[in-house]
Design a protein around this ligand. Structure first.
Ligand SMILES: Nc1ncnc2c1ncn2[C@@H]1O[C@H](COP(=O)(O)OP(=O)(O)OP(=O)(O)O)[C@@H](O)[C@H]1O
Length: 502
């Protein structure tokens, strides 16, 4: 036992043989660090190495000195993996064998399962046989048996598992998901994402990298990252939940076109992106939204949401206090609504930055994971060249909101109605309007599309264009810790290009 400067107690100091070298190892109890260093006179660059004890997965004991054991100095560890309390012990794993490059099963078996077994985590594994298999299964299983649910696949697979888990929580709590104003029951069972899809945006935006081993380690050490979820309704009917992007216009059209070209594999997004860019369609409609007043952040902030984000913590507290004081009813009914009518190339609502390797800072670089808000980005009618300039800024360090035709707002709820739905509602019998509806009557040559676009909701299309969206603060939790400081994207930036973006 040793004494540290300032009277801090050092729990243990010993030596560790690694290969041919002997290291001096210390366990600092107060800081929770295991450190080791070369005891020889320090050379330049030969720093101490350390690891937080909470991040040690397991230890293996080898008995070098049997004598020590007999003198009682040696005590065998009963649980060599039990370093903290919050680690999961029993997991439910869903693998989509057809996601991405169809490597989900191999990735799980070769990279993840050995780590789970090292950490003494048991897993019930379900390899899905059809779409919605995982979602339906989550309504039936004995969920209280598990400390977490893991999905192996892409964003679509994550969305399926999230819908299953949130739906199950609401069912068990007797909450009607069709009521757009119902406060939803929080999901306390964490979801882990092992990326194995063609798009792994949720994983990238919450971990900082799409890597199965990194994600497995976050699951093992029991990290916890709360996440906001938006509910999407049409006419008092529940449509979907969203955690990343709700996009109308450009991103909706790209998705709709790419769905028809599934045979092309992940390449279809590049093809459809380029095609949609060339078509340059505008859509007319009305957006109403409630600005988020409870949060300290703004979409134009220079700082991004990082591990232990204080904006998210503060915002959650503010919301909780507001609700204690006034209840949900007051908040929904009395907060002001702003209304904007116009012609838009893209309407994007994002709950997170939506960063991905192609766009390392994402659609809204300062969006927060858990502050109870979404960023509403409106890209108004502009030239093809200006739209290209806007898109290119997602791949470099320039401000993508610094254009006269782009507006961004931080909101807690919003509604959208297309011009076509408004017209149909006000004059359903106007047959002439419908027949000639494919042309813009005001400006026949302006590419203004009277037909509706489609909403892209976390990579899936919605059937209705008129939607009502509400952000639910920290509705669910992930086995993640957000993006850590100093997570540099230099490499990713240098590889980004406009070809990749489209
Ligand atoms: N066994 C299965 N067979 C067919 N579809 C499945 C199966 N399991 C899951 N799915 C569905 O496949 C969809 C896509 O899965 P996932 O996100 O894992 O792959 P992806 O390649 O990233 O998807 P996308 O091609 O949509 O980008 C999900 O919506 C999920 O519901």
């Amino acid at each position: 036992m040793e004494q540290l400067p300032g009277g801090r107690r050092l729990r243990l100091a010993s030596s560790l043989g690694l290969g041919q070298r002997c290291w001096e190892v210390t366990l600092d109890e107060e800081r929770g660090l295991l450190a080791w260093r070369d005891p020889r006179p320090p050379r330049r660059g030969a720093d101490n190495c350390f690891v937080p004890t909470s991040e040690i997965i397991a230890v293996e004991e080898t008995e070098q000195n049997k004598k020590q054991r007999s003198t009682g100095k040696w005590q065998k560890m009963a649980k060599p993996h039990a370093f903290t309390e919050c680690r999961p012990k029993q997991l439910l794993v869903y693998i989509n064998p057809y996601g991405g490059k169809r490597q989900g099963k191999r990735i799980y078996e070769q990279k993840v399962a050995p780590l789970f077994s090292l950490a003494s985590i048991s897993a019930d594994v379900v390899v899905t046989e059809h779409a919605n298999h995982a979602k339906d299964n989550l309504f039936e299983v004995n969920i209280s048996k598990y400390d977490g649910v893991v999905c192996v696949g892409g964003d679509g697979m994550f969305s399926e598992v999230m819908h299953g888990l949130i739906g199950r929580m609401q069912k068990d709590s007797g909450i009607d998901q069709n009521n757009p104003k119902a406060p939803l029951a929080q999901c306390n069972i964490r979801i882990g994402i092992i990326p194995a899809g063609s798009t792994d945006c949720v994983c990238y935006s919450t971990v900082g990298i799409s890597d199965p081993v990194t994600s497995a380690l976050h699951i093992i050490i029991g990290d916890c990252q709360p996440l906001d979820v938006s509910s999407v309704h049409h006419n008092n009917t529940f449509l979907k939940y969203a955690v990343s992007l709700l996009g109308y216009g450009f991103y909706g059209d790209v998705l709709k076109d790419s769905e028809k070209k599934r045979w092309m594999g992940p390449m279809r997004y590049d093809y459809s992106g380029f095609k949609t860019f060339l078509s340059h369609h505008y859509y007319e409609g009305t957006i109403s939204f409630q600005p988020a007043k409870h949060t300290l952040g703004s979409p134009r902030d220079k700082d991004s949401c990082r591990t232990g984000c204080c904006v998210c913590k503060e915002s959650e507290q503010q919301l909780a206090e507001q609700r204690k004081k006034c209840g949900f009813k007051h908040e929904e009914d009395e907060d002001e609504w702003k209304v904007i009518k116009g012609k838009f190339l893209a309407i994007n609502v994002v709950n997170m930055s939506c960063a991905c390797p192609r766009s390392p800072k994402g659609l809204s670089p300062a969006a927060h994971l858990a502050d109870g808000t979404a960023d509403l980005i409106l890209v108004r009618k502009c030239s093809r060249f200006d739209f290209l300039r806007y898109l290119v800024r997602h791949t470099n360090r320039d401000d993508q909101f610094d254009f006269s035709f782009v507006d961004v707002y931080r909101v807690k709820s919003f509604q959208f109605t297309s011009k076509l739905s408004e017209d149909n509602e006000s004059s359903v019998t106007d047959i002439g309007k419908k027949r000639f509806g494919q042309f813009c009557r005001d400006h026949p040559a302006c590419c203004c599309n009277i037909a509706n676009s489609t909403w892209n909701c976390d990579g899936e299309t919605l059937d209705s264009s008129a939607i009502e969206v509400r952000v639910h603060c920290q509705l669910m939790k992930l086995f993640a810790r957000g993006i850590e400081e100093n997570c540099t994207d230099e490499a990713a930036y240098s590889h980004s290009s406009i070809e990749q973006l489209l």
